[in-house]
Design a protein. Structure first.
Length: 262
């Protein structure tokens, strides 16, 4: 009886929490009429925010994939002095509030020597869409590294050793054995990184600012319209972000991504 009581209590708490979160999301989506919601979603401002969010999040996700695969492979396969310290530093953006990461980016790419030099060669990050990409990348790279590292650690290195005995170079062995076996991890990591990029706010606000029709991603559009009293436009942006998050988290769960985070 005690065992059944414990089971029922945990299930009840699960359902209670699920109901709370579902009610929160449902309240946002149903706050306006469907006609008003559609009208605001297709407005020029929201369409601009969707386009900018898609372009910047795709770019930042590709950057995360490009760097996370070799770096996480090195962390999962090799031992070297200072490995724990390096792993801790690489995980820091995942633990820090995004606004702190944004402040660091602003100091680096602002009026510093590095920022001035990059601006001189045409790479301007402050108050530009390029800054959005950099902010999204900085905040999300740690999560992609963590997912890919867990993925590589779950793959037996014996496959690579066998491939090398058959004449493959270490790089060829990685490409032909480990990389294909890690496709689910890459897909899950890419999906969740892209979703987080679409919803990134704090670091983007610090580095790229909040300028309508210039650096206005969906979270920035939500913030600007809520600040100016345009509740319907804010709800339209929030609804799109809720739909994106729901779809991507479902795909992430289907690929077992949550179980591979740690």
């Amino acid at each position: 009886m005690q065992k059944m009581g414990f089971k029922q209590t945990t299930l009840f708490l699960m359902l209670l929490l699920t109901l709370f979160i579902f009610s929160l999301l449902l309240e946002i989506i149903t706050h306006t009429s469907p006609a008003s919601l559609i009208t605001n979603i297709v407005s020029p401002e929201i369409r601009f925010a969707i386009k900018l969010s898609l372009l910047t999040s795709i770019a930042s996700t590709l950057m995360c994939i490009f760097l996370a695969i070799p770096v996480s492979y090195a962390l999962s396969r090799h031992d070297f002095p200072g490995k724990t310290l390096i792993s801790t530093i690489l995980d820091m953006p995942m633990a820090l509030p995004p606004i702190v990461a944004g402040l660091g980016l602003l100091l680096i790419f602002g009026t510093s020597t590095v920022g001035t030099y990059l601006a001189g060669v045409g790479l301007k990050f402050v108050f530009t869409p390029l800054g959005i990409v950099m902010a999204q990348f900085t905040v999300n790279i740690s999560l992609m590294l963590r997912i890919m590292r867990s993925t590589f650690e779950g793959i037996n290195p014996r496959y690579e050793h066998v491939a090398q005995t058959l004449g493959c170079t270490p790089f060829q062995a990685f490409i032909k054995t480990t990389l294909p076996l890690s496709k689910n991890g890459i897909l899950a990591g890419s999906v969740i990184t892209w979703s987080r990029g679409m919803g990134e706010f704090g670091a983007v606000l610090m580095l790229a600012g909040a300028t309508r029709m210039k650096t206005e991603t969906l979270p920035i559009a939500l913030y600007l319209n809520l600040s100016s009293g345009e509740l319907d436009l804010a709800i339209a942006a929030a609804t799109i972000l809720i739909c994106i998050s729901g779809i991507t988290l479902y795909l992430f769960e289907r690929k077992g991504g949550i179980a591979k985070l740690y």
